[in-house]
Design a protein around this ligand. Sequence first.
Ligand SMILES: Cc1cc2nc3c(=O)[nH]c(=O)nc-3n(C[C@H](O)[C@H](O)[C@H](O)COP(=O)(O)O)c2cc1C
Ligand SMILES: CCCCCCC(=O)C(=O)O
Length: 371
Amino acid sequence: MTGQGTPFVSLDDFEQHAMRNLDRNALDYYRSGAQDMITLKENQRAFDRVFIRPRVLRDVSTVALSTSILGEQIASPICIAPTAMQRMAHPDGELATARAAKRKSTCMVLSSWSTTRIEDIGDGVKWLQLYVYKDREATRRLIERAQDSGYTAIALTVDTPYLGRRLADIRNRFRLPPHLTMANFADTGKAQVGKAEATSAADNASGLAAYVASQIDPTLNWSHVEWVKSVARIPVLVKGILTAEDAVLAVNAGVDGIIVSNHGGRQLDTVPATIDVLEEVCRAVDGRVEVFLDGGVRRGTDVFKALALGARAVFLGRPVLWALNYNGEDGVVEMLNMINEELRLAMALAGCVSVADITRNHVKVPGQPRL
Ligand SMILES: Cc1cc2nc3c(=O)[nH]c(=O)nc-3n(C[C@H](O)[C@H](O)[C@H](O)COP(=O)(O)O)c2cc1C
Ligand SMILES: CCCCCCC(=O)C(=O)O
């Protein structure tokens, strides 16, 4: 509910609230995409071009959302994507998000750039998102800490050898507020994201860009995926695949799952919307590993479409930050309740009583008739 008692009726309401409530540095960082933000907008718009083909007269008095991911049971195929620095949205940050995920029996992916330590997240279905640092030992330690703390998978992000050019962050000279740190790197000299100075118009003055340039390994290649696989005793997924070619390479490299993602439109601008490439990736993978999707998922009908086109589950990024800012743990639960109920209704009205009932024939994609 808003302060005036008007009920929130869609995920957009949480965002509108955050736009009024968050400070500029954090709001722009959370909200922005790269460059002209074409991919950012397209992620949502592309869902509108996919139409649902409903089946009727199917007794939809009971609809079950439960499913499994990498062998673990979750209550719904709507999970939480890794987003960095959540304590800018709410003082409880990732702790609140994790508690909400646990209450909803869904999976949360913790960013390795969290403002809460890996070890401080409670139990529940939790994966760790990983960046490969130039300092390979620091990277190895993150994997080991995750394993020791009950995380059940590593999501290796592969679309960020460099930071995308996010114009608002450059203008704002984005910085992590001084009372917060990248908690997983306390005492390593890698915990602060400070203000960067632009010395020419071509420089990127976002503190994040300077941090990435100093710490993250831009030589990132398939041998790193194999290295992560060799270190990890838990499943490894790659996050940031957008083509059939890379999906096949990922499967050949032995990954346990693929997250179709364009980083919420924050990296390379003008790459396609994730829903537009999902089917291409799923066909290339041909059932050998589970395929997930994130990017622009804002409606239960979006989730339905992604499942119909082959996703095992979807992940939400920004909506979690807006909900966290609105009301911490309870806000995230409220947001997840809303989109889960939207999915339940979409399934019922399309004649599906379980996630397994949702098939390719339940959607119509422009230019790709498939019946
Ligand atoms: C503020 C913000 C921070 C993010 N931080 C990370 C991160 O630390 N690691 C990562 O792999 N992806 C990160 N992402 C990308 C998300 O995991 C996800 O791919 C994207 O947000 C999904 O799109 P959506 O926001 O439209 O749901 C971040 C996205 C946002 C908006
Ligand atoms: C190596 C790139 C780091 C990006 C930092 C967090 C993130 O993923 C995002 O802001 O987007």
